[in-house]
Design a protein around this ligand. Structure first.
Ligand code: OXD
Ligand code: MN
Length: 595
């Protein structure tokens, strides 16, 4: 239960630090969270009382609540996100940088007295499986009840964090205030050298749930380099063959390219009937390390829930996500539908249900199907516990993690990039990952539909200099006796008529099977300029509307396409000029010589 006194097990360094932040932010009340189910109910009840949440119709949506964020605060704001270090070189050319002392001074000013009249919640949480060698403790101080309710889903929250931390000093210090939710005074500042995050002025997603992008990616990536592990923007899935062979894949796709859909893939009937099973370990973040005994790469999902994009989620695109959100879920910025009995339903574009005659849109305005705007914000989200997932992998809670057989990179590209190909080796694979391009979507503010280079899908999430990050990737190979095979996929290629050729979703199983067979030395591939590619007959097309010729066209690249791709990578290479690891230059040269 929420308590005005810290638990007995509270760490002395946490107590001192909380004290100092309380003195600075001057909340009226300080409440400690223990992470219990009773507490969650209390938080939601408080949220309904103060207008943070609206309870949904409990028959249709048991345990589900609705929240509408400020309309100026609906996505991660990368231009207001900073890596704060003594020198700019530590943050590198792809991050916004602020001198750490200047950032502290600026934010100290904003945080001073900012919680007057408010309650500060103390949220101890664990990222990672309890007992795992990579599990990391964070403590977030926040004046947002919405953040408390979301952290309770997205992290392993509560006193177990103190059990894990004991009296150690090494926890991530996360300070968050909504402030006045003004983009003019919005800063998401990371101090990797101090294991500290200060976030002011936003209550949305990755800006405010500090365990996720801020800690489990930006701060963790910095720690991972120092400690010889990897923190990546990846999903993690298991595939079990009819013979009982289990393989795990980690896949990095830029934001809103279907990581959640892929992680929860349902095999086509034919595959299911034959005994194939796909299970989810995680859908957004993966922490990986080299197991000393076997010399192989192992991985855990540090999160405990899903923060998924809602529009487009339906029983066809992702039936397992639909199952995940049927109970105990928080919906943010979808449309709200008042029902006759005074309760509320929710609705979103491209979901399962026809548009209601009337709804309240994500901005709180009355909406009808003729209204010019969308009812649900394109980046509206669900927050659902992992344990709701009907295909949650049994190893989700295993501190030993799972062995990674393949690393898959992907992007949203209407041209050039084939449906699937395999890197020649790890170093070539790192080059492929480092040069991922993807057409931008609504997950971050800014222009949509332009190709953005997004190395390892980590561009907004690398907590230090990208040069050192890429070197770290190259170096990790040397620590492994055997390494995962690396692949590139693109579900989004279009034909000359502008239509998607590959059906995607569950049918991606067919590509997955080729990937797994390649990892186990079973499938054929031909050597091409880009890498190892399947021939049309190597991908099962039985039962889908894709001809061998169409598959061939999905795999084809002309030398002109490759030249244009190399030229368009130039933007990234120029940004890194002087900082490019030599392997990147060599790989580009090798690609050119293969033309
Ligand atoms: C996310 C993102 O919210 O990548 O997961 O933007
Ligand atoms: Mn993500």
């Amino acid at each position: 239960m929420l308590s005005t006194t810290p638990p007995e097990a509270a760490n002395v360094h946490v107590l001192r630090w909380v004290d100092s932040v309380v003195k600075h932010c001057t909340p009226d009340t300080v409440l400690w969270c223990d992470g219990s189910a009773e507490e969650k109910a209390e938080v939601l009840k408080r949220g309904v009382a103060d207008g943070t949440f609206i309870q949904l119709n409990q028959k249709k949506w048991p345990g589900c609540y609705y929240h509408r964020s400020n309309s100026n605060d609906v996505a991660r704001t990368e231009h207001l996100t900073f890596i704060c270090t003594p020198s700019k070189d530590l943050a590198g050319p792809t991050n916004n940088w602020m001198n750490d002392q200047d950032a502290y001074a600026k934010l100290r000013g904003l945080f001073a007295g900012c919680m007057k009249g408010r309650t500060m919640y103390v949220i101890p949480f664990l990222m990672g499986v309890p007992g795992s060698k990579l599990a990391k403790v964070g403590v977030q101080l926040t004046d947002s009840l919405y953040v408390v309710a979301n952290m309770a889903v997205m992290t392993r929250m509560g006193n177990l964090a103190f059990d894990e931390l004991k009296q150690d000093r090494s926890f991530t210090r996360c300070v968050h205030s909504l402030g006045d939710v003004n983009p003019e005074r919005r800063y998401i500042c990371h101090f990797p050298q101090d294991n500290t995050i200060w976030s002011f002025g936003s209550g949305y997603g990755g800006n405010a749930l500090l365990g996720k992008k801020c800690m489990a990616l930006r701060i963790a990536s910095y720690l991972a380099r120092q400690q010889d592990w990897m923190a990546e923007h990846m999903l993690l899935m298991g595939v079990r063959s009819p013979e009982g062979e289990k393989s795990y894949l980690a896949a990095a796709f830029p934001s809103a390219c279907g990581k959640t859909n892929f992680a929860m893939l349902i095999p086509p009937k034919k595959y299911k009937d034959a005994g194939w099973e796909v299970t989810t370990v995680g859908d957004d973040i993966v922490w990986m390390w080299v197991d000393e005994a076997s010399g192989k790469l192992r991985a855990i999902n540090p999160e405990a829930g899903y923060f998924g994009v809602v529009p487009g989620t339906n029983s066809k695109s992702n039936p397992n996500a639909m199952a995940c959100i049927r109970k105990d879920t928080i919906f943010t910025n979808v449309a709200l539908v008042p029902l006759e009995d005074g309760t509320y339903d929710v609705w979103w574009e491209d979901g399962d249900w026809p548009a209601p005659a009337k709804a309240i849109d994500w901005q709180g305005h009355e909406w009808t199907p003729n209204a010019p705007g969308k009812a649900a914000h394109p980046n509206s989200r669900f927050t659902a516990p992992s344990t709701n997932n009907p295909v949650l992998d049994p190893a989700y809670n295993d501190p030993e993690g799972v062995r990674v057989s393949a690393i898959v990179f992907g992007g949203r590209r209407s041209r050039t990039i084939p449906l699937v190909y395999q890197a020649f080796n790890w170093i070539h694979g790192v080059y492929i990952g480092a040069t991922i391009g993807s057409e931008t979507t609504a997950a971050a503010t800014g222009q949509q539909g332009v190709v953005r280079r997004d190395p390892m899908a980590m561009l907004p999430f690398i907590g230090y200099n990208i040069r050192d990050y890429l070197v770290h990737w190259f170096q990790m190979r040397k620590k492994m006796v055997d390494c995962p095979r690396i692949f590139m996929v693109n579900w989004f290629r279009k034909n000359d008529q502008g239509k998607f050729v590959w059906p995607g979703f569950g049918e991606n199983m067919r590509v997955l099977k080729w990937i797994i067979d390649r990892c186990n030395g079973r499938a054929y591939a031909r050597e091409t300029v880009l890498g190892w590619m399947p021939r049309a007959q190597d991908i099962d097309l039985d039962g889908i509307n894709v001809s061998p010729e169409e598959l061939q066209s999905l795999e084809s690249v002309t030398p002109e396409d490759v030249k244009a791709e190399i030229m368009s990578q130039e933007e990234l290479f120029l940004k890194l000029a002087g900082d490019l690891p030599k392997e990147m230059i060599f790989q580009r040269e090798l690609l050119i010589t293969r033309l």
